[in-house]
Design a protein around this ligand. Structure first.
Ligand code: S3P
Length: 166
């Protein structure tokens, strides 16, 4: 099996879908955000506050490139597509699946979220980020799966079908 990279905006369900895929495929799943927090010995809000977003992106690229194992499911952070080298890496090492979630559903899921620094900005800026990233997610991905109103289990089943038909 090739590595499976899940990409998509904050709140698109990458971590939950990775876990559902892990159960179905019996393959290890990892979350880049979790690995970054371990490497930095800080939470993500602390990294953004103390070291800044650029440093966070450095950690993200480093963590991504350490996961060279082929049999792995990787739940990435929403900004993984901000660096072209990350996209090149993922495309070279596995299949990249974009979990597409509508703006309305994202806004609903993240209403009171306090853990994501880039969500803690004005509604207008959040929406701009969502719109600006959309084309990057599309061009970075091999496959696109819509997630609105679907359970992680259902999304995982759709992903497995896509992989089997590839
Ligand atoms: C980010 C998304 C977050 C996390 C960090 C930055 C982003 O991950 O990596 O807060 O730039 O969109 P999730 O997509 O898992 O929320």
């Amino acid at each position: 099996m090739r590595a499976i990279y899940l990409i998509g905006f904050m709140g698109s369900g990458k971590t939950s879908v990775a876990k559902a895929l892990r159960e179905k495929l019996s393959v290890e799943s990892v979350d880049t955000d979790e690995k970054i927090e371990l490497a930095a010995e800080k939470t993500i809000p602390e990294i953004f506050k103390i070291e800044g977003e650029n440093r966070f992106r450095d950690y993200e690229t480093k963590v991504l490139k350490r996961l060279s194992n082929r049999n792995i499911i990787v739940a990435t952070g929403g900004g993984i597509i901000e660096r072209t080298e990350n996209v090149t890496w993922m495309k070279r090492n596995g299949i990249v699946i974009y979990l597409h979630t509508s703006w309305e559903e994202i806004a609903d899921r993240l209403t009171n979220d306090e853990t994501r620094p880039l969500w803690k900005q004005s509604e207008q800026d959040r929406k701009k980020l969502y719109q600006n990233r959309e084309s990057n997610y599309i061009s970075a991905s091999d496959e696109i799966v819509g997630t609105d109103k679907k359970t992680p289990k259902k999304i995982a089943e759709e992903i497995i079908d896509l992989i089997n038909n590839n």
